[in-house]
Design a protein around this ligand. Structure first.
Ligand SMILES: Nc1ncnc2c1ncn2[C@@H]1O[C@H](COP(=O)(O)OP(=O)(O)O)[C@@H](O)[C@H]1O
Ligand SMILES: [Mg+2]
Length: 290
């Protein structure tokens, strides 16, 4: 299952979190997580619904500030940095539900991605302030490069609303790639996709990584996780309960317990990949999913 371009395990990690945690009132959404992400790899973050996966991404990308711990990216402590500075350091993300402007062109969407993720805010991007006009050609070039990377250069002039579901997902990824990140965070990239679209998305992710990008993703579809990830980090009730290769994780008793728990109705994680319906999701393993 190792990615063909996986570099040897040497040198410093790309990202390191140390004792990372955040509380929302009495709820410890992420608690004392210490983990490393290696460069040039695909790391999957999995765990039952509500485990803290999206919150983990929100912490790494600077959307939330941790109540404990540190985030080290490429050797720099980025814990105090605001979102746009984190983007500037090379971390970009997609959202669980990416907002795409249906009536705007694919290129304009990617350009908005570039602007929102670099210097100016969404309002600036939409109102086209002076600074925005000044940045226009740079944004356009960055957005075009991103569209090429996701295979949408030929559709740049189409309204985004004219694309199918898979195309819209690619636009969302291009919006994140427009800032030319080192690390791309994908939150449930295959949500709402059929098996063929999921396969295509996996091909795209592999292609991006072989081009030098590092990717961390949250995903419920176990066939995608097991077929793609070099490394899997498992969260449960906000805590890290395991980290390892797909083979190690499927055998890990704490992971099996977390997924099956008291809802167990048969089948271990990763063994339900080829079934029909909603194939290979953790919901199949009896986990509630809002
Ligand atoms: N901004 C917030 N305020 C309060 N609670 C939150 C907030 N964000 C997430 N949570 C809570 O933190 C827990 C983890 O949520 P989340 O990270 O979205 O889980 P996952 O992505 O693993 O399904 C949940 O109980 C959720 O309700
Ligand atoms: Mg989530």
């Amino acid at each position: 299952m190792t990615n063909p371009s996986t570099p040897p395990l040497s040198g410093a990690p790309l990202l390191e979190v140390q004792g990372l945690g955040i509380r929302f009132g009495g709820l410890h959404a992420v608690r004392d997580v210490t983990a490393q992400l290696q460069p040039g790899r695909i790391t999957a973050i999995i765990g039952p619904n509500g485990a803290g996966k999206s919150t983990f991404f929100n912490l790494i990308s600077g959307f939330y500030k941790p109540t404990s711990g540190r985030i080290i990216f490429r050797g720099e402590d980025i814990t105090p940095l605001r979102t746009h500075l984190v983007v500037g350091r090379g971390i970009a993300r997609t959202f669980q539900t990416t907002t795409i402007y249906q009536e705007l062109s694919v290129l304009d969407n990617a350009m908005i991605g570039h602007r929102v993720r670099t210097r100016a805010g969404l309002l600036d991007a939409l109102l086209r302030t002076g600074r925005e006009r000044h940045d226009e050609s740079e944004s356009r070039a960055g957005a075009m490069r991103a569209l090429e990377r996701v295979g949408l250069a030929g559709q740049a002039a189409l309204p985004a609303g004219a694309l199918n579901q898979e195309g819209k997902k690619r636009v969302g990824i291009a919006m994140a790639l427009a800032s030319d990140p080192h690390l791309l965070l994908l939150d449930e990239p295959a949500a709402g996709m059929n098996p063929e679209e999921t396969e295509n998305l996996m091909g795209l992710i592999r292609q991006l990584v072989s081009g030098g990008l590092s990717i961390a993703l949250v995903e419920h579809k176990m066939n995608l996780v097991m077929g793609l990830a070099d490394d899997i980090l498992v969260l449960h009730h906000g805590q890290k309960i395991a980290q390892g290769t797909p083979a190690q994780i499927t055998r890990d008793p704490a992971v099996v317990e977390a997924y099956l728990g008291s809802h167990a109705h048969g089948g271990q994680m990763g063994q339900e990949q080829e079934q029909g319906g909603q194939p290979g999701t953790v919901q199949d393993a009896g986990v509630d999913h809002a």
